[in-house]
Design a protein around this ligand. Structure first.
Ligand SMILES: NC(=O)c1ccc[n+]([C@@H]2O[C@H](COP(=O)([O-])OP(=O)(O)OC[C@H]3O[C@@H](n4cnc5c(N)ncnc54)[C@H](OP(=O)(O)O)[C@@H]3O)[C@@H](O)[C@H]2O)c1
Length: 314
């Protein structure tokens, strides 16, 4: 017969249990009572604080996220990942067909608003006009992802083409500056915002023939650090996301359409994917308002420095 079926046994069980609790209470010393009364409220307070921290993660639903260079690679994935959170997405690049198609996809797949416009970030006047001419509903940008960027050539500095240098410096450094300068005053006036720059591991370590590309990414690193200082006292956050090898159109662009050469960059290893980077961008943007993620450096496990990679032989 089980305890539940035997009322007599149940009675003894209850009496024994109560006696045990009463004895335990009386056995507690004065010191135990003191500790218990002091610790319990502290534990409760900490627990409540932790819970409230969790509940104040930055919510980007219906906020405007602006991603430059969203026609491919990391920028495209970033736009998609933010749309999945319910953010409204503003995108630009030079290839209009690609960003218009993406904007339609974001609207139909995630039910968010998406607005695409053609822009060459190297052109300061164009940047200023495009951003000041945005429809009013798109002006309050909460998150800016300065992603548009490229590499051109892989040459010793003494042999390199001057136009390659100009293109990299104009896009990766001046483009970031022009866009940030145009977006930041609105963020400051509204007391909210987050600037996320896409740097590179090449902004931490240079590599043979990577001279000017690395110099532009060292510059992005310096700009992110400097901007964080200039914005001290405001709630605006600044983050630099610095990836190693990511398989995108990056190498095809670097080698001016030579896809065979581009493919060799990723041969025998598992490169990062654009989604890997986009996820880290979204993670930084959704931390609670008091958390500024200054810098994330990501590499594939098969990479340890820009040119130090492990390739599996086939
Ligand atoms: N892939 C990597 O291994 C890697 C590693 C570290 C850092 N990064 C950085 O990640 C960022 C994104 O590159 P990705 O790998 O995603 O390469 P990607 O696939 O070639 O994408 C680059 C994006 O930048 C845009 N862009 C380039 N020049 C532009 C300009 N003048 N004006 C406007 N948009 C411009 C391109 O669009 P349009 O051509 O349509 O204009 C494209 O959407 C870059 O800043 C790059 O330096 C990449």
């Amino acid at each position: 017969m089980s305890l539940r079926d035997n009322p007599c046994q149940r009675y003894h069980f209850v009496i024994d249990g109560s006696r045990w609790i009463v004895e335990a209470i009386f056995r507690l010393s004065l010191k135990d009572w003191f500790v218990a009364t002091l610790i319990a409220p502290l534990l409760a307070m900490t627990h409540t604080k932790l819970l409230s921290r969790e509940s104040i993660m930055t919510n980007l639903k219906e906020k405007i996220v602006f991603v430059t260079g969203a026609s491919s690679g990391i920028g495209r994935s970033t736009a998609v990942q933010f749309a999945k959170l319910g953010a409204h997405i503003l995108i630009c690049a030079r290839r209009d067909d690609k960003i218009q198609t993406l904007a339609k996809e974001l609207g139909s797949s995630y039910g968010v608003k998406a607005h695409a416009f053609t822009l060459d970030v190297r052109n300061q006047k164009e940047v200023e006009n495009c951003l000041s001419g945005l429809p009013d509903e798109w002006k309050c940008i909460s998150v800016l992802v300065n992603n548009a960027g490229l590499s051109r050539g892989l040459d010793n500095l003494q042999d390199a083409k001057i136009e390659d240098w100009d293109e990299m410096i104009d896009t990766n450094v001046k483009g970031v500056l022009y866009i940030t300068r145009a977006v930041l005053p609105g963020m400051i006036a509204r007391n909210e915002g987050h600037v996320i720059n896409i740097g590179s591991v090449a902004g931490h370590w240079t590599y043979p023939k990577g001279n000017v590309y690395a110099a532009t990414k060292f510059a992005v690193n310096a700009l992110s650090q400097g901007l964080k200082m200039d914005l001290l006292g405001t709630p605006i956050r600044v983050t630099s996301i610095d990836p190693g090898l990511v398989e995108t159109e990056f190498s095809v662009v670097r080698f001016r359409g030579d896809s065979e050469r581009a493919q060799k960059v990723y041969e025998g290893l598992s490169p990062l994917t654009p989604d890997d980077i986009a996820e880290s961008i979204v993670w930084a943007a959704t931390r609670p308002a008091h958390v500024n993620v200054n810098n994330i450096v990501l590499m594939t496990t098969d990479q340890s420095a820009p040119t130090m990679v492990h390739r599996k032989s086939s």
